[in-house]
Design a protein around this ligand. Sequence first.
Ligand code: HMG
Ligand code: MG
Length: 299
Amino acid sequence: GLPARVRIHEVGARDGLQNEKTVVPTEVKAEFVHRLAAAGLTTVEATSFVHPKWVPQLADAEALFPMLGDLDGVALPVLVPNERGLDRALALGATRIAVFASATESFAKANLNRTVDESLAMFEPVVARAKADGAHVRGYLSMCFGDPWEGAVPVAQVVRVAKALMELGCDELSLGDTIGVATPAHVGALLTGLNDRSIATDAIGVHFHDTYGQALANTFAALQHGVSTVDASAGGLGGCPYAKSATGNLATEDLVWMLQGLGVDTGVDLGQLTATSVWMAEQLGRPSPSRTVRALSHQ
Ligand code: HMG
Ligand code: MG
């Protein structure tokens, strides 16, 4: 059966915006996060404390994060790759952080300038210090299905890095299909592989990009497997600057439309969310790629 409720981990303000060429004003980002929260999203990933030269769009993290201080009851996770990033996030009072590993060597090098094991070593003190500080830690794992340089990624290879992330002390794991090549049976096979190595389904979230139009089908497969945390990006914004052929995430509106039809609770007001994505599309100067946004707004 399906879960009664799904927690949507909204990534529009981070994954959605990080690939935008034109720098979005900090005030617009702050309004975006506020509007997402007002639409009922309870986890809104806010920004990244990464090297500003690597992701110029998110170089304003120090200015943005304090502008979100009034959002009581909304979890505002931020990405941190290393201790420098953790210092920056903790200095601003962040209580939820995410480290981000790769299942493949090619993407670890492209995204973090490290091998897979060097990146895990880099995360070790980050997770330990964050946990000691009482913070919640998410471990992202990219390229869980396919990699633009290496092709299909074996389940065992993904499970090894997933296990290592959990052993560092991550509270949850997010399985990234960074370039959107997964299909539903592959999703089931990976979840089974993780369960076999005692990574519980309730610690797992899924993070699908929609490059091949499979994100919603893959999400449904994960729900049938018991997953109840789903990453999505308002309006379908997104893509990773260090992975060629990565397009936007699963659109939050498309996800909410499906879940409403299935009778699965999300707490999200679809009308308010769609209005937010239409507004954001105006800020970015092009229509939302989300089918549901287009249908509901007659774009
Ligand atoms: P590096 O060049 O190896 O850095 O980059 P380093 O450790 O050698 O340090 C070089 C300099 O950068 C030092 O300064 C550091 O202080 C500074 P210096 O001493 O030379 O003056 N520095 C920093 N400054 C500010 N904030 C920091 C920071 N770290 C070092 N945090 C590094 C290594 C990890 C920093 C770099 O590769 C990086 O920032 N990468 C981030 C890439 C990124 O954000 N990618 C997108 C997110 S992942 C994603 O989108 C996938 C996901 O959505 C899931 C999916 O779809 O699969 C999550
Ligand atoms: Mg992503």
